[in-house]
Design a protein around this ligand. Sequence first.
Ligand code: R5P
Length: 294
Amino acid sequence: MIITSCGNSEAIAKKIATKLKAKYSPLTISSFPDGDIYLKFNTNLKGKKVVIVQSFQPHSDMSLFDIVFAAETAKSLGARKVILVAPYLAYMRQDKRFHEGECISSRVMAKLLNNSIDKLITIDPHIHRYKSLKDIFTIPVTKLTANMLIADYIQKHFKDNIIIGPDWESYQWAETIAKHIHIAATVLKKTRFSSRHVKVKMIKQVPIKDKNVIIVDDIISTGHTIAEATKAARKMGAQSVTAIGVHGLFVENALGKLKKAGVTRIITTNCIEHITNKIDITSLLVQELKKEKR
Ligand code: R5P
């Protein structure tokens, strides 16, 4: 088995290789003067299983392009199987045509991956209107979850908590985590007016005064969702607000926005490498990849 990366998840790729006692061989990726991609494998792939570890952030478009080029090259160099480990899978939020003429990006992304890789392993993909990843993928797909790692982290580090899901989609994470550690959870109703404008409202009233509120969401992108949920929790008398995201994209000064809204702490998993990473998901991937070594 050869472990490689297109640049976004190198730290995790190296850790996986060490744990699996597999070879880590980085790709050479650069550009020709005109901007065309240049990509090169630096080890013999004949008959090998090649694992590309690459989250789709930063630069989701470039990541997709790099993955497709790397996978096609691996196959043409004789790889037996190409597995993509994408801790964060982008494009999943565009799962329908919200406005006439729009591209359903998740379907296009899946079509490209169906063509070029043999298997996908991902963590907590944003599944909202699809029933499962099988709705768009024809290749074998394994969906892992960081829920239990997040639950353990909360149990170890916080007391007197309540968990809030800032919208219905996030409640699948918030509720499972809360149940596991026997604490209360509630969900807010989110109305999204645009990519950068959301409003939230509490439907099921729960006592928040003097509690340590933990807001759990799958994705923190511009930070608007968590910022609005934080303002609501603060108004209701929360003592502290911790934001936990599986995938911390943090675009457009999201961190500044969250602090301004009154977030006390921001914690993410290392599905996307970021200074807020506190929860390591490598063990989930190692466990799954062990099955490929048999
Ligand atoms: C959407 O439904 C997701 O679960 C997140 O709530 C959303 O992607 C967060 O985006 P932002 O940080 O830009 O509000």
